[in-house]
Design a protein around this ligand. Sequence first.
Ligand code: FES
Ligand code: FES
Length: 167
Amino acid sequence: MAGSAPVPNTAVTLTIDGVERTASVEPRDLLVLALREKFGATAPHVGCESGRCGACTVLLDGTPVKSCMMLAVQVNGSEVTTAAGLGPHRIGSALQAAFKAAHGLQCGYCTPGMLASASGLLAKNPNPNEDEVRQALRGNLCRCTGYQHILDAVLLAAENLREAEPA
Ligand code: FES
Ligand code: FES
């Protein structure tokens, strides 16, 4: 039986954590796998690969997305910020400090996705209440913390940011 012809790879260009990069990806490559395996951006973790756990969350043009739910070729030309690229930014750096201060992580597997989702929230809403934080993180599962420390960390980061730059 004749096999189907191989589908050629495609060049995809992304700005990842501020650096424009191009790699050759297969048309079927999930964004999270392309980020990790083709671009060497290993901050987003692979969990369920079905949109349920949030470990793979990154910011795509500033909006949190689950990078296992899209193909790399679909986002050609986009800006991707992973947890590794959040540090130099005001919100990302405040979140990192608050997660440390409020014990918002244990094994850390969920943390890159949590940071990306929380960063997207605080960029839109600098003064979230606890319900709004829960809502923003509802797609991010954590097997370790019981969530309260994560909620506390995001609220602490928001408070620290407001104190640093009052409205
Ligand atoms: S790996 Fe993407 S949501 Fe779980
Ligand atoms: S800190 Fe371990 S899964 Fe969240």
